[in-house]
Design a protein around this ligand. Structure first.
Ligand code: AMP
Length: 424
C-alpha cells in the first residue's frame, strides 16, 4: 500500500503522522482521505479500530491549514465523552507541529472552560450532542463559521437517542459545508439521516473488514462477559482467527471454554495446573503441529509457553497483571509485537485494561465484530433481566447527558456478567 506522503498532506501533518508511528494508511484512510481532501462529502462504513479518526481528522486539518484564523470551522459530533476525549487526543497528536487548536465539549464537567474554547475560536470542536446543545443557544457559541461537520459513530448516536439533538444542532450550522459521515453499521435510519445531510457523497464500505486494520496488531473487543465464548467461536468460524492461544483467568473457565469450543466442532486442547505433565506436553505438541487450532491455557500455565512463534493470542479475560499482558503480547514495555493479540474486555474489566494501557504507554484500539449480536439474550446470560434493563436505562440516561462511561466500540453492554471469583 502507498505511503502517507502520496496524499500530499501538509508537511507539518506528515511530521505528526510519522511521530505517531503510522507508516501506511489503513484501508479506510486510503479510501477516504483523497476524496475528503478534494472537498467531497463522505459516507463511510467503518469500525472503531479501523483508523477512522485519523481518516476524518487529517483531511480537515489539512484544509484548515490553508487559511488559519480565529474562528471555529470544524465540528465533530461523537456519542460519548470518552470518544470525544480520544478524538481530541488524536487531534492534538496529529496537529502537534501545526498552529491548529481543538477542544472537547461534553457533559459531566464544567461549562466554563468549554465556553472559553468557543470564545477563543478554537479551530475544531469535538462534542457530544447533548452538551453542545446546552451551549448552542448562548451568544458566544458561534457556529456560523463552520465549514466542516463530522458525524462519528452515527449509528451509536442514534441508538443513544441523539437524533433530535443532532437535528437541532444542524439548524445552527451553515448548509454550505463539507460533511463526513462515519458509522459502523448502515441500518435504514442511518441511511435516511445520511441522505439528508450529504451531497453527492463518496461512499466507502469496509464493513466486511472486521479484523483490525493493517498495521494494528493489538485490539480490544468490548463484549459482555456471557457472550465471550460465542464471540470466540464466531471469530474462529469466520476465519479471522485460524490458530489461537487463548488465555483464561481460571482453570474452571479454561475447562468450560474448551467444552464450549468442542461442542461447536472446534478442536481445542487445554493446559492448566490440574493437568498432568504428560497431558500438557501432548496438548502443546498437538497445538504446535496443528492438530488443535486452539489451545486454552490459564494465566499461570502461560508462563511456560513459548508464544513467540504464534500467530494469535487471545486474552479471553483481561490479565490482572499488566506484566502478563506484556509477556504474552510484546517483548518490551513499549509492546513491540510478536503477533496479533485480541483482548476480550467486559465492562467490569475496563479498569484492569486501563492499567495495561498505562503500562504499555498506549490506548489499544477497540473493535466490534460486524453482524455479531452483542445484545443476544440466551441461556448464557448470567445477569437477571431486571438488572439488564436497569443497566440499559442507566446507559440511556447517561448517554443523553454525554456522560456514558464507556469509550469502547460496544458501549456499555447490557447483560454484562460479574467477574468470576479469582480461582486457579
Ligand atoms: P480508530 O479507528 O480511529 O479508533 O483508530 C484505532 C487505532 O489505530 C488508534 O490507536 C490509532 O492511533 C491507530 N492508527 C490509526 N491510523 C493508523 C495507521 N495508519 N497506522 C497505524 N496505526 C494507526
Amino acid at each position: 500500500m502507498m505511503p502517507f506522503s502520496e496524499f500530499h498532506l501538509h508537511p507539518d501533518l506528515l511530521k505528526g503522522i510519522r511521530e505517531l508511528g503510522f507508516t501506511r494508511p489503513t484501508p479506510v484512510q486510503a479510501e477516504t482521505i483523497p476524496a475528503a481532501m478534494d472537498g467531497r462529502d463522505l459516507l463511510a462504513c467503518a469500525q472503531t479500530g479501523s483508523g477512522k479518526t485519523a481518516a476524518f481528522l487529517l483531511p480537515i486539518l489539512h484544509r484548515l491549514m490553508a487559511r488559519p484564523r480565529r474562528t471555529t470551522r470544524a465540528l465533530v459530533l461523537t456519542p460519548t465523552r470518552e470518544l470525544a476525549a480520544q478524538i481530541l487526543e488524536d487531534l492534538n497528536a496529529l496537529a502537534v507541529h501545526t498552529p491548529l487548536t481543538g477542544a472537547a465539549v461534553y457533559g459531566g464537567v464544567g461549562m466554563g472552560p468549554q465556553e472559553h474554547a468557543f470564545r477563543a475560536g478554537v479551530d475544531v470542536i469535538v462534542a457530544t450532542p447533548g452538551r453542545l446543545l446546552d451551549h448552542a443557544t448562548r451568544p458566544y457559541a458561534k457556529m456560523g463559521g463552520l465549514e466542516y461537520l463530522v458525524l462519528d459513530e452515527a449509528d451509536r448516536m442514534l441508538d443513544m437517542g441523539f437524533l433530535p439533538d443532532i437535528k437541532r444542532i444542524l439548524r445552527h450550522i451553515p448548509a454550505h459545508r463539507q460533511t463526513l459521515f462515519f458509522s459502523a453499521t448502515m441500518p435504514a435510519p442511518i441511511g435516511a439521516l445520511a441522505a439528508d445531510l450529504l451531497k453527492h457523497p463518496v461512499t466507502v464500505n469496509l464493513q466486511r473488514r472486521s479484523a483490525p486494520a493493517v498495521g494494528i496488531t493489538q485490539a480490544v473487543y468490548p463484549v459482555p462477559q456471557p457472550l465471550k465464548a460465542a464471540l470466540l467461536v464466531e471469530l474462529l468460524q469466520r476465519g479471522i482467527l485460524q490458530q489461537a492461544l487463548v488465555f483464561t483467568r481460571t482453570k474452571h473457565r479454561a475447562n468450560r471454554l474448551t467444552e464450549h469450543l468442542v461442542r461447536h466442532r472446534i478442536e481445542a486442547a487445554r493446559i492448566h495446573g490440574n493437568r498432568s505433565q504428560r497431558q500438557r506436553t501432548e496438548a502443546l505438541a498437538g497445538f504446535k503441529d496443528g492438530t488443535y487450532p486452539v489451545l486454552v491455557a490459564t494465566d499461570i500455565a502461560s508462563r511456560g509457553i513459548d508464544v513467540e512463534a504464534l500467530s494469535h493470542v487471545v486474552n479471553f479475560d483481561v490479565p490482572m497483571a499488566p506484566d502478563d499482558y506484556i509477556h504474552r503480547v510484546g517483548r518490551t514495555g513499549r509492546a513491540e509485537l510478536t503477533g496479533e493479540a485480541f483482548t476480550f474486555v467486559a465492562s467490569e474489566e475496563e479498569s484492569d485494561l486501563k492499567a495495561i494501557e498505562r503500562a504499555i504507554g498506549r490506548t489499544l484500539p477497540r473493535v466490534t465484530l460486524p453482524d455479531f449480536d452483542y445484545r443476544a439474550a440466551g441461556p448464557q446470560l448470567e445477569v437477571p433481566r431486571g438488572e439488564r434493563l436497569a443497566a440499559m436505562r442507566r446507559q440511556r440516561a447517561g448517554g443523553r447527558r454525554g456522560t456514558s462511561g464507556h469509550g469502547g466500540a460496544g458501549g456499555r453492554h447490557p447483560g454484562s456478567g460479574r467477574r468470576p471469583p479469582r480461582r486457579r
